[in-house]
Ligand binder design. Sequence first.
Ligand SMILES: Nc1nc2c(ncn2[C@@H]2O[C@H](COP(=O)(O)OP(=O)(O)O)[C@@H](O)[C@H]2O)c(=O)[nH]1
Ligand SMILES: [Mg+2]
Length: 323
Amino acid sequence: MTTFVDRVTLFASAGKGGDGCVSVKREKFKPLGGPDGGNGGRGGDVILLVDPNVTTLLDFHHSPHRKAVSGRAGYGDRKDGPSGEDIVLKVPNGTVVMDADGTQIADLVGNGTIFVAAQGGRGGLGNLALSSAKRRAPGFALLGEPGEDRTLILELKSVADIALVGYPSAGKSSLIAAISAARPKIADYPFTTLVPNLGVVQAGETRFTVADVPGLIPGASQGKGLGLEFLRHVERCVALVHVLDCGTRETDRDPVHDLEIIEHELSEYGGLDDRPRIIALNKIDLPDGEAMADMVAQSLRDRGYEVYPVSADLQSSLTQWHD
Ligand SMILES: Nc1nc2c(ncn2[C@@H]2O[C@H](COP(=O)(O)OP(=O)(O)O)[C@@H](O)[C@H]2O)c(=O)[nH]1
Ligand SMILES: [Mg+2]
C-alpha cells in the first residue's frame, strides 16, 4: 500500500515544569536559618522550525510522538532547577498546522519560521521565592505546571512559483530534472512521485521555484487515486504548466483530451482559474511525439495558450542531437 506522507498527525508533549524546593538554610549555631529552596526549571517546548533542507513530513509519519524534556526540581541553597531542553522539529517550507478538528492555526512559510507546537510548563516557586514579610519561612513550595499536550495535524502545501501538472508519466519529474538541479525519481510507471519535487530554476537573472504535482488522474477531484491530496500543492503557485505527453501509446488519449481532463479536475478543486497556464508539449524527441505536437500546437495556441514543444528526457534528446 502506498503511504501518503504529506499529511501527518503530530502528538507534541512539552516538558513539565520542575517542582519548587522546600529547604531551610543550615548554618552552625543558627538553628533557624531562612528559607533557601530554589525554583523548579521550566519544561522544554516542542518547536517547529522551517528548514530548507527538509522536503517532506515523512519523519513524523514514522515517529509521530515527540516529547520535550521536563524541568528539574529546585535545590536547597538557593539553587534553581535547570530548564528542560526544547526540542526543535524541522519541517518543510509551506507546512500548515491545524488542530485536531482541522482548523488551521499556523501557516509556516519562509525558512527559519518558528511555531511553538506545545509550550513547556512553568517551574514551581521554591520556598525562598514564596517567603514574605508575613510568612518568613514557608514550609511549602509550588509544584511545577504540566507541559502542554497537543495533537496537531501537519499538512504540506508546497511553496513554489510554478506548478507542473499533467497525467502520470507525462514527464513532470523529467522536466524538473532538466531545468533545475533537483534529481527526482523518474520512471515509466505511474505514481512514481508521491510527494511533490521542488526545483530551483536559474534562467539568466531570474530565479524561480518549480513543483511537480503528482497524482492527477481523471476523477482525482472525486477522490480517485490519491485524490485531491496533491492539488493543495498547486494552491500557492503563480502559474501552472501543463505537461502534455505527445508520445503516449494509450489509444484513448491525446494531448488535447488530457489537457481537458486535467483542467476539469482543476476546476472541480476550484480557486485556480486566475492562474496563467503554459503548455509544454513533451516527448518531441520521439518521432510520433513530434508529429503529434505539430498537429495540436496551433489549435492550443488558438485557445489562447502559450505553447512550447519540449523534450524533457535529456538522454533521448542528446541521442537525437548526435544522430
Ligand atoms: N522519450 C522521452 N521520454 C520521456 C520524456 N520525458 C519523460 N520521459 C519518460 O517518461 C517516463 C515518465 O517520466 P516522469 O518524468 O517520471 O513522468 P511524471 O510521472 O510526469 O513525473 C519516464 O520513463 C521518462 O524517461 C521525453 O521528453 N522524451
Ligand atoms: Mg513524477
